[in-house]
Design a protein around this ligand. Sequence first.
Ligand code: AMP
Ligand code: TRP
Length: 328
Amino acid sequence: MTTRRVFSGIQPSGDIHIGNYMGALRNWVAMQDEYATVYCVVDLHALTLPQDPAELARARVRTAKILLAAGIDPGRSLVYYQSQVPQHAELSWIMGTFASMGQLGRMTQYKEKEDKGGQNLGLFSYPVLMAADILIHRVHAVPVGNDQTQHLEFTRDLVDRFNSRYGNFFPVPEQITPPVGARVMSLKDPTSKMSKSDPDPSSRIIVTDDTDTIVTKVRRAVTDSGKLVAYDVERKPGISNLLDILSAFTGRSVHELAEEYRSAGYGRFKQTVAEAVISGLSPVRRAYLDLDDHDVERIMSEGAEAARTRAEETMAGVRSLIGLSQDN
Ligand code: AMP
Ligand code: TRP
């Protein structure tokens, strides 16, 4: 049996938070044992919102460093910056000709960002580039948080259209979402997801936050009325989110934890959550501080070189199928 291939991407905008870590990154690391894995810092996607060039350059390296610090092993995974492999953008153009404008206009992520005043063609066609990222490596599975479900459905629709016209060239990629931590909520508004772009930095815990910062953020997290620790997403969204976080960091079920901390009081419960987060993140933070920017950039360039070779094989196949090759 051939090894199944996996691709995922993360934007280098802002800092990587525990939602990214639980929803995506931790899973990416684990999958290296079983799959042929490709992970990408999707810097072209970040351009869909205005970016300061110097800050974008720094954020790219920081993001790459976090991937490596979290345990992405360049010996086992291909890891690189999207913009260094131009085939992503080339395939995106081709896949765009299969995309339905109506479907693109209905994407939640597009509508949210459009509402915030970020209207541009890149934002509208963002899911097409994401599909191209996945398809350029012809992968079977994509590990992401559950905010990406619509984009994955869209990708499968493009594959169906392409394959039905040209034969079964692309595998239909399946989504892999972790059982806990697939949607970590904001610490300040537990009814919306923890996000890099939230203007309030205390709404999220950054993977590289130090001990005091984590304690303070958890202590100030919004909780619900009442005194009992209970898992009830409707009526106790704040406490339930903290239970989810504790569960993700300890591997214990939310129900078992809710039972154990039921009468502990919010203060002691939050202290426990903070300690679990601190001990879970501390190896990543230490590895991050030890990494050197130049080494990281070298690893990313080597990854890009290998990725270009593979991506070019896919593009040669695509060009030939659609009539853009001299072999036709
Ligand atoms: P992004 O921050 O949009 O680049 O997302 C990178 C990865 O993290 C994607 O797989 C997302 O689905 C995942 N992700 C982002 N925010 C969250 C969250 N609050 N909870 C769980 N997963 C998330
Ligand atoms: N759209 C994803 C996000 O916002 C990032 C991303 C870009 C991605 N290309 C991808 C994720 C390909 C998985 C596969 O989180």
